[in-house]
Design a protein around this ligand. Structure first.
Ligand code: XLS
Ligand code: NI
Ligand code: NI
Length: 442
């Protein structure tokens, strides 16, 4: 492969310079090469860049067109532009020191006039991605299919009332799975963009849910038939673009997967901003997935407390991320997952350097949170507090309850003859919040 021309000539690969550095284009907390417990920080955190936001996002919103104009967005035709764009993307992945990337089929290759034409374009770009992955060492965290932008999917893809659209979406997923496998993708994501409804006046909810499950089973079967070993992930989101999305949050996702016998094949890709849209904290969604052994990966971003939609901002809230990281580390980490920056620049952030500032902040915040969470766990103060809070279930009748060795009759007798009234004990929330603050500002 010929050496591509630099698309970010002014920017050198981002280096770690430590917390005191005044260089805005340096990491303050994320040293990708730092070895912790025998693994580099880069291998612990598995950061990934989202192609759609960073290389297809233009800053457009419902009130106005895009503001971000990239110098590489020119060429003879859509495919040649896509090839150059991908060169720029891989240069960025390397300079920002991200070991992974993620994409939707339609982010990397333009749609053709027919499915066969789209597939040809995709093949072209997947071949190019293969070369670039090999040349740079950047790997694919996950692939997915865009089943929500094209007008054919306006009433959903797998949940579309028209079987023709279901079939088309199935064909598109088959191809996206082929592409993901070819690029060594470690996971494959289903985000149910328009798999929901706008009004129940025109919707058979039960039938749509059945169809969604059928669709996922078809994908599982196909993956098995081609020997794709990646982990399947569901990415819950309660709404937007639809009024109600079927994979509303992790809890409803678990219920859905179990209802249809899919739970062995899926884990969750949890997005911070989707958690908050569902009325949960980020940490809550992680805990619910971890409790079911279904914590898969993270779409790292943040919403805005004052805006009720998916603003997909870069997250520098170290407190929120430390709590999330605590739950992730307690669960034993993300396995084949990683932290994918499903986040976009604000509309006025039009400079090339802004793309770097955004990711540097996101990576530094996660690295800091990782270190603080590790310190908290090593000290064990919170662990001991929580363990002590439930200690009455470790022995005696408490243990019998957990081990299913008591009945209502037994417990009734016990309270009447021996235990009497329970003695209230403080939950100590303020004490614990202060303790957390101490760790955050050491
Ligand atoms: C949109 C989703 C989307 C998925 C991938 O809200 O976050 O970007 O991550 O389809
Ligand atoms: Ni996402
Ligand atoms: Ni999102």
């Amino acid at each position: 492969m010929k050496k591509a021309k630099a698309h970010f000539p002014q920017i050198k690969p981002i280096a770690y310079e430590g917390p005191k550095s005044a260089n805005a284009l340096a990491f303050k907390h994320y040293d990708p090469d730092e070895v912790i417990d025998g693994r580099t920080l880069s291998a612990h955190l598995r950061f990934s860049i989202a192609y759609w936001h960073s290389f297809r996002g233009t800053g457009g919103d419902p009130f106005g067109p895009g503001t971000i104009v990239r110098p590489w967005e020119k060429g003879r035709d859509a495919v040649s532009i896509a090839l150059t764009r991908m060169d720029a993307a891989f240069e960025f992945f390397q300079k920002i020191r991200a070991p992974f990337w993620c994409f939707h089929d339609r982010d990397i290759a333009p749609e053709g006039r027919t499915l066969a034409g789209s597939n040809r374009n995709l093949d072209r770009l997947v071949a190019h991605a293969q070369d670039l992955q090999q040349a740079t060492g950047v790997r694919l965290l996950w692939g997915t299919a865009n089943l929500f932008s094209n007008p054919r999917y306006m009433c959903g893809a797998a949940t579309n009332p028209d079987a023709h659209v279901f079939a088309y979406a199935a064909a598109q997923v088959k191809k996206a799975l082929d592409a993901t496998k070819r690029l060594g993708g470690e996971n494959y994501v289903f985000w149910g963009g328009r798999e929901g409804y706008e009004t129940l006046l025109n919707t058979n909810l039960k039938r749509e849910q059945d169809h969604l499950a059928r669709f996922l089973h078809l994908a599982v079967d196909y993956a098995k038939s081609i020997g794709f070993k990646g982990q399947f992930l569901i990415e819950p989101k309660p709404k937007e673009p639809t009024k109600h999305q079927y994979d509303f949050d992790v809890a409803s996702g678990i219920a859905f997967l179990r209802t249809y016998g899919l739970e062995r094949h899926f884990k969750f890709n949890i997005e911070t901003n989707h958690a908050t849209l569902a009325g949960h904290t980020f940490q809550h969604e992680i805990e619910v997935a971890a409790a079911a052994g279904m914590l898969g990966s993270i779409d790292a971003n943040a919403g805005d407390e004052l805006l009720g939609w998916d603003t997909d901002q870069f997250n520098t809230n170290v407190r929120e991320l430390t709590l999330a990281m605590l739950s992730i580390l307690r669960a034993g980490g993300l396995g084949s997952g990683g932290f994918n920056f499903d986040a976009k620049l604000r509309r006025p952030s039009i400079d090339l350097a802004d793309l770097f500032h955004a990711h540097i902040g996101g990576m530094d915040a996660y690295a800091l949170a990782f270190k603080v969470a590790r310190r908290i766990l090593a000290d064990g103060k919170f662990e001991h507090f929580i363990a002590a809070r439930y200690a009455s279930f470790d022995t005696g009748y408490g243990r019998d309850i957990e081990k299913r060795r008591t009945s209502l009759r037994d417990l009734n007798r016990l309270v009447l003859t021996k235990l009497g009234e329970p003695k209230p004990r403080s939950g100590k929330q303020e004490y614990l919040e202060n303790l957390l603050m101490q760790y955050l500002h050491q």
